[in-house]
Every structure is written in structure tokens, then in C-alpha cells.
Design a protein around this ligand. Structure first.
Ligand code: MG
Length: 446
């Protein structure tokens, strides 16, 4: 056990161990762990000042439920509730603006019909692994920039491990009032072991090392040794591990019916053999390269003469369109026909002017939105963005380069500035400021 973890014992159905460490580089541990006997979770906070700690603590508090949940939807609802509370607090306190957290949770579900099984919820890049029969299988999928690039075939798994922007998330709690949460329902199989952990663990240890530590019989020892190994391997981030052993297969639900899911112990794919249902939200489709301006939509320009021929359909007829209306020909029984617009030189000139004005306005907008750089925060790293903080219309800022500096390394004043975003007219000026930040963080006397 360590600081920052909620651990409520005992449970007859699980055995577990929790360990967390600030690591070798960061000054603050923004990870939080939950282990109540029915919910086991990790939240990895991010954001300037103490925001990351606060966001992770809110998530941990909301998830610290000490009774089985009635469905996986109840677990997903808890995650959404945590998101709403983080967004609300961030909106109410300037110092907490921009805070966020990942959350990865494993929970006991006792359904009146289906009996006991496990629910999983995930947002961000903390992970749940299944360890069974000596094999380690990743259950959750990261919501991160590098995972998106790997999925799109633009980055290999090996490149992703070393990618400088591997900390950038595509989903987190606290960034938006609406959050997409991935969910799974898994069979509870006695003898299975699960690991919930923050990225500070799996970024430092290769799978073989994780398997070695997870092979230890006692879950508390396994959790502690996993965290110690990650720290010894570099400890460049906060490290948290929750190791959970499943002890019993069946539970008696409110209907008095005990149910057990039979799982083939020799299945080729142990995760598939245990998966009852998945409720994964749609994957990200956003490209994290420079955002291409969307197609310019030209407003309709042919509606040139409102009032000239009255309202309704007639107003769509250009000034030099066919003269008169259907009523002019004196045949009242004729069904009115809307004349087709005819492109004349005046209409052509008008459309040309509209396009030119729209083009100039769009060019000015692009220049304003993209011709600037700012030093800001991505996850828990300081980075240089192209664009403006918060974006302009559909031009979202894009990460130009990492600074190689953790937000937690900054002093309070610099963190506050960087969290807001410090804007420059050119990239070199942003780089100079970033270097100044590095100097101040690593050599406070400078
Ligand atoms: Mg982390």
C-alpha cells in the first residue's frame, strides 16, 4: 500500500495488492489507485499546478465503491460522473483549468440474471492486463496519439515505444463535458490475475519483465516489485500497479441463482475466451498531423434580389431571369413552374465577387489561426503548438514539437503561464522561451 490509494479490505472474492511511486524524475505523484474489494482502478492525472492530482483524486473518489455493481453500465456511469465533476471543478477554479486524468477500472458485477462477472471501463492510456497461464494479454486499448498512428499503420509498435509524443492522449476525463468510455464484460475465472497500471509502468518494463514479476504468488509482492522494477528501469513517470486475483467463480445474485461462465483453460486467445461483451466507443478518426482546413463553404449567392419579385420561390430568380411569373400568362389553371436560374454575366460577376471575398476572409483566418506558435501543455508534458490556445473555429492547434520537459518540473508561476499557453509570432521565439523554461526548471538559480 502507498499514499494516494483507497484500499478497503477484506473481500472473499478477490485478493489484491497496490503499489505506487512518484518515480525518479517527477516531484509529485499524480497517479491515484483504488482497491475497495469490488472496484480496482488507476487514475493518472495531468495538468498544471496541482490539477492532475485533483482530477485523479476526484476520479478515485467517485470510483471507490465498496459493493458489487449491478451492470457494466453502472461502472461506465461512474466514469462519466467523475468526468462531469472534474469538468465542473475545472470550470470553477482558474488554477485547475486544463486538468484531466485517465481512468482504467476493473469492477465486480453481480447481475440478477447472469450472476457474477467482471466489468472494465477505460479512458486514456492507463491499462488493464490479463495474466493467466503464464501469458500476459492487454485488455484495454490506449486512447493516445501513438496508438492512433499505430492503428492507422503509420507507426510500428516499436517506434511507438520510443515516440517523443507517446504521452499525448486522444481521450481523457476533464477535457469535455461528454466523454467516450470503452467498456468490457469478462467472465470471472478463478486463478486469473489482472493488472491495472499507469503508463509509468509499461513504458519502463517490457512484457517479459512484467510477466516475471506477475508470476510471484502474493499480489502485494507482485505489485510492489513491478513498481520497484519500473523505478529501477528509469522511473521517468509516476508508477502505479494494482494486482488483482480472482478467487471465486460464482456468486449468488438477488434471484438466488448462482451462475458460472465456463471458459476453456487452453484457449488460444484467453481474452477472447473470457469476453462476454464489449461496449467500446468508436475509435478516434482524427488525424494528428497538421489539420487540413476543411472545405470552404461558399454561401449561396444566387438569392440576389429578395423582394424584387416577391417572396417565396420567386426570390430565387435572378434579376435578369425569365420575365414575369406563371400567373402573367393569364392561364390560372397552369401549375406554377419555378424557372431554372440562368447564369448571366451579372450573376457570374456577383458569384465571383462573393468567392473572392470569402477567399480573402478565409486566407486571413488561416493566417490568424495558424501563423502563430505557443508553448503549452499536452498530457503532462510541455510542448510547442502551432496555432492558438483553444483553436480558432475549426483550426485546432497541433503539436509541433515536444520540449522534453514535464509540467510537474515547472515552478508554480511557469506552470500557470504554460497551462494558459504563451503565444509567439514565430517558432524560434517559442523555442527560445521553451529553453528558458528548461533552464529555470533544471537550474532554479538561473
Ligand atoms: Mg503517467
Amino acid at each position: 500500500m502507498s499514499d494516494g490509494a483507497t484500499d478497503t479490505r477484506p473481500s472473499a472474492r478477490f485478493a489484491w495488492g497496490v503499489a505506487s511511486d512518484v518515480g525518479r524524475v517527477r516531484r509529485i505523484n499524480q497517479d491515484r489507485a483504488v482497491a475497495t474489494g469490488t472496484v480496482f482502478a488507476v487514475a493518472d492525472g495531468m495538468g498544471g499546478h496541482r490539477g492532475g492530482e485533483v482530477a485523479a483524486a476526484i476520479a478515485a473518489e467517485v470510483l471507490a465503491v465498496d459493493r458489487p455493481l449491478p451492470s457494466v453500465d453502472a461502472l461506465l456511469d461512474l466514469v462519466r460522473q467523475a468526468n462531469a465533476e472534474i469538468v465542473e471543478q475545472a470550470g470553477a477554479d482558474l488554477h485547475l483549468r486544463g486538468m484531466g486524468t485517465t481512468v482504467c477500472a476493473l469492477a465486480e458485477i453481480v447481475d440478477p440474471v447472469e450472476g457474477r462477472h467482471l466489468g472494465v471501463a477505460n479512458v486514456g492510456d492507463s491499462r488493464l492486463y490479463l495474466f493467466t497461464g503464464g501469458r500476459l494479454t492487454q485488455v484495454t486499448e490506449d486512447h493516445s496519439l501513438v496508438e492512433t498512428l499505430v492503428r492507422d499503420g503509420r507507426l510500428s509498435r516499436e517506434e511507438a515505444l520510443r515516440h517523443p509524443q507517446r504521452n499525448i492522449l486522444t481521450r481523457a476525463l476533464g477535457t469535455d463535458g461528454k466523454v467516450l468510455v470503452d467498456g468490457w464484460e469478462l467472465a470471472a475465472v478463478p486463478g486469473d490475475r489482472y493488472l491495472v497500471c499507469s503508463d509509468g509502468l509499461f513504458n519502463e518494463l517490457d512484457p517479459d519483465e512484467m510477466v516475471d514479476r506477475l508470476g510471484e504468488a502474493d499480489p502485494e509482492e507482485a505489485a510492489r516489485h513491478l513498481v520497484e522494477a519500473a523505478c529501477a528501469a528509469g522511473g521517468r513517470d509516476n508508477v502505479t500497479a494494482v494486482v488483482v486475483d480472482v478467487l471465486e467463480a460464482a456468486a449468488v445474485g438477488p434471484t438466488g441463482v448462482a451462475t458460472t461462465t465456463v471458459v476453456d483453460p487452453d484457449a488460444d486467445d484467453p481474452l477472447a475466451a473470457r469476453t462476454l461483451r464489449t461496449r467500446r466507443a468508436l475509435p478516434e478518426t482524427v488525424s494528428f498531423d497538421d489539420v487540413a482546413p476543411r472545405r470552404l463553404v461558399v454561401p449561396p449567392g444566387v438569392d440576389a434580389s429578395p423582394g424584387e419579385r416577391g417572396g417565396g420561390a420567386a426570390s430565387a430568380v435572378p434579376p435578369d431571369g425569365p420575365g414575369g411569373t406563371a400567373a402573367d400568362n393569364g392561364t390560372a389553371s397552369t401549375i406554377p413552374v419555378r424557372p431554372a436560374p440562368v447564369l448571366t454575366w451579372r450573376l457570374g460577376l456577383f458569384v465571383g465577387v462573393v468567392l473572392a471575398v470569402c477567399g480573402l476572409a478565409a486566407a486571413a483566418l488561416v493566417t490568424y489561426a495558424r501563423d502563430s506558435w505557443y508553448v503549452g501543455v499536452a498530457g503532462d508534458e510541455v510542448v510547442i503548438y502551432q496555432g492558438r490556445p483553444g483553436g480558432v473555429l475549426w483550426f485546432d492547434p497541433t503539436v509541433t514539437e515536444p520540449v522534453g520537459l514535464g509540467v510537474a518540473e515547472l515552478d508554480e508561476a511557469d506552470r500557470a503561464e504554460v497551462t494558459d499557453g504563451v503565444v509567439f509570432d514565430d517558432l524560434d521565439a517559442a523555442r527560445t522561451y521553451a529553453q528558458l523554461l528548461v533552464l529555470r526548471a533544471r537550474d532554479p538559480g538561473s
